[in-house]
Design a protein around this ligand. Structure first.
Ligand SMILES: [Zn+2]
Length: 467
């Protein structure tokens, strides 16, 4: 049997136009596939899109032909095609170039009638979907997936998707300028606010991605994730050496997280200098803590060495293990002085040339780094035990590591993945927007007409079909 699909266009002037879209042959004898195939649906959407876009453009052109001031017909200079890119293929649209009317006070002589309406030749939906998917998977996979399910143009490639994602990221950054750098108000005003909820927790972390300009080097990206009782977590990310707005990013994240001006914030980090700079920009109600998880990770590495020592030098090895265990407990109780003393004793042991352990120098090096780390971050080390008993947050490791979620899963999956700083920065902006559930809001703000949610569609069911 044959399925003939037509579209009936009922324009504003009461003119009705019928166009054939597609004719599909389907068997009803038990052979062949049942219903519409993916390839047919793509063809159908593409054809339908062409009819709809060209009819809308035709109507728009007609209604903009006359001068809005004196209503006289403007002369035509010529016509050229716009290639309008949509999720349902590229549609060539004739753009009529008109002469401005004599009564119009403009510099240029002519203008394309569709220029204002279609200033961007990529439909907002196309840009939204490309950006969203490419924030979650590679540019190449995004192109493959789009081509699998939608009649996007065949020439769509990873480079184009990357370009569109960068454009979106730049647009997001543009809005950041309106964001304050610091919490507004003063102590007196804050005191009058209602009692805030529990402290907000912010985990700050750093990660590295491979630099495309220099195969052997990396550059650092900073990521942060905020948690509160009421809202889902929010994230931010930026390239340390490139970004000059980290404060505004932080403020935007905290605001979206629902921060009240007088609410306390607990910053958890691994104490690296760059991370500390960011959190110290914050308001007086903030508390800075070295993340317990990061601290124990470093102790675990030292323990591995100590276990190695036990194989070659049992007695000093056991002594090292014992002292590292005490170090951990001193740190747990915020006693950095005792912890440092123990670490120095460990270092003294590892420095003994009599030791047969072959990684002795490496162990000494790690111990010396740990001593510097504890020493320079001592002011960030609280009495973890007490905080823990009071139900306060001392680590962000109870959820997936932010670096892993924001950076590793998309950017460092394969060793050979390399990034320019700007490329990494842009991807971090759109990826965090997607993970935070904010990308759609950005697009809706830019294109109020955009309908991207499942419940956003407005349509009428024709009477006959409904019956
Ligand atoms: Zn005029």
């Amino acid at each position: 049997m044959q399925f003939k699909l037509q579209v009936v266009v009922d324009d504003e002037n009461g003119e009705v136009l019928t166009e054939d879209i597609i004719i599909l042959e389907k068997s009803s004898d038990g052979g062949g596939l049942v219903g519409l195939s993916l390839a047919e649906s793509k063809r159908l959407l593409k054809q339908l899109q062409e009819v709809m876009v060209s009819q809308q453009a035709r109507q728009y052109t007609l209604s903009h032909r006359c001068c809005p001031a004196c209503n006289s017909k403007r002369r035509i200079k010529g016509t050229y095609d716009i290639q309008y890119r949509t999720l349902f293929g590229i549609v060539p649209i004739p753009n009529v170039r008109l002469y401005h009317c004599d009564c119009e006070d403009v510099k240029s002589k002519t203008f394309g009638v569709l220029n204002d309406w279609l200033s961007d030749h990529n439909s907002p939906e196309l840009q939204y979907i490309e950006t969203k998917w490419a924030s979650l998977m590679s540019y190449g996979m995004t192109v493959d997936l789009l081509k699998d399910v939608l009649p996007v143009n065949d020439s769509l490639d990873a480079e184009t998707v990357r370009h569109h994602l960068h454009k979106t990221a730049m647009r997001q950054d543009e809005q950041l300028k309106d964001q304050p750098r610091f919490i507004s108000g003063c102590q007196n005003q804050w005191a009058e606010l209602p009692r805030p909820g529990k402290p907000m927790t912010v985990g700050i972390d750093g990660g590295y991605v491979r630099d495309s300009r220099n195969r052997k080097s990396n550059f650092e990206v900073i990521v942060a994730k905020s948690f509160s009782e009421t809202e889902a977590p929010k994230r931010l990310g930026f390239v340390q050496t490139l970004d000059d707005e980290p404060e505004r990013r932080l403020m935007k994240m905290l605001k979206n997280q629902g921060l009240q001006e007088n609410q306390q914030i607990v910053f958890l980090s691994d104490g690296a200098d760059n991370v500390r700079d960011l959190q110290q920009l914050m308001h007086p109600e903030s508390d800075h803590i070295l993340d317990w998880f990061h601290l124990t990770m470093r102790l675990t590495v030292l323990n591995q060495f100590a276990k190695g020592v036990c194989h070659t030098d049992p007695d000093p090895g056991a002594e090292l293990l014992r002292m590292l265990e005490s170090t951990k407990w001193y740190l747990w109780h915020g006693n950095t002085e005792q912890a440092l003393e123990h670490l120095e004793d460990c270092w003294g042991l590892s420095d003994d040339p009599e030791l047969r352990y072959d990684k002795r120098r490496k162990l000494a090096q790690h111990l010396s780094e740990m001593i510097t780390y504890i020493d320079s971050n001592a002011y960030l080390i609280p009495n973890y035990g007490e905080k823990y008993r009071c139900g306060e947050t001392i680590t962000t490791a109870f959820v997936e590591s932010t670096v892993n979620e924001v950076v590793a899963k998309r950017m460092v999956k394969k060793q050979q993945m390399q990034w320019t700083q700007i490329g990494a920065h842009c991807l971090l902006q759109t990826r965090t927007a997607v993970l935070n559930g904010e990308l759609r809001d950005h697009f809706k703000a830019w294109y109020p007409e955009l309908r991207v949610g499942a419940n956003d569609v407005e349509y009428e069911v024709p009477v006959k079909l409904a019956a």
